[in-house]
Design a protein. Structure first.
Length: 192
């Protein structure tokens, strides 16, 4: 395998993520998925063990990519610039990946084993990263925690609306308005 080339498992996983993003997870069998991505169900079993193992790998891959992007942006940018860049990333990919995100999130809500990594990240990963970004911008701890939760709710709601309606301009305008409100909250002096 050439240096830098993905392993056969990683290649299959990448193709599975794209296929699920286009078709949804539903009750897709390994045979159906294998036919869709140009492999055999035996190769999927070899690399992932089972449908549950494959779904766990898909969830982990999607979650890891988004977490990496968010953490990289918050570490390298002003929190407002990072937030705008992350929103643009998510919104640009909403048509393809939002349905997969919400479907897999429903699996996490139902405590399906393959969605455990996503459940853990949804439970605290996003709020922790956002809270830390707001704290770095000068928000007191209680305000940073509240803004993190509100921002997460706003982003998920707007992502859902964007995926359903396709109205990017409205979603972007709502996010810009939310960002301006947060900026005002952070600029106001803390009252005793």
């Amino acid at each position: 395998m050439p240096e830098g080339a993905p392993s056969p498992r990683d290649d299959l996983l990448a193709r599975a993520v794209v296929w699920f993003a286009e078709h949804g997870v539903g009750d897709t069998s390994l045979r159906t998925l294998a036919d869709g991505i140009g492999t055999s169900h035996r190769m999927l079993i070899y690399h992932f063990g089972s449908r549950t193992g494959l779904l766990a790998a898909v969830v982990e891959a999607v979650e890891r990519a988004e977490r990496h992007a968010l953490l990289e942006l918050t570490a390298a940018h002003d929190p407002f610039e990072a937030g705008a860049a992350f929103w643009a990333r998510v919104a640009d990919r909403a048509e393809v990946f939002a349905p997969l995100f919400f479907e897999l999130s429903s699996h996490a809500m139902r405590a399906r084993p393959h969605a455990d990594p996503l459940r853990r990240w949804l439970d605290g990963g996003w709020t922790t990263a956002l809270r830390d970004a707001y704290a770095a911008a000068g928000a007191p701890p209680a305000l940073a925690a509240t803004l993190a939760l509100q921002s997460l709710a706003m982003a998920r709601g707007l992502l859902f609306e964007l995926a359903v309606t396709g109205d990017r301009d409205a979603a972007d305008a709502a996010m810009a308005r939310w960002t301006a409100a947060v900026r005002r909250d952070l600029e106001e002096p803390v009252r005793p």
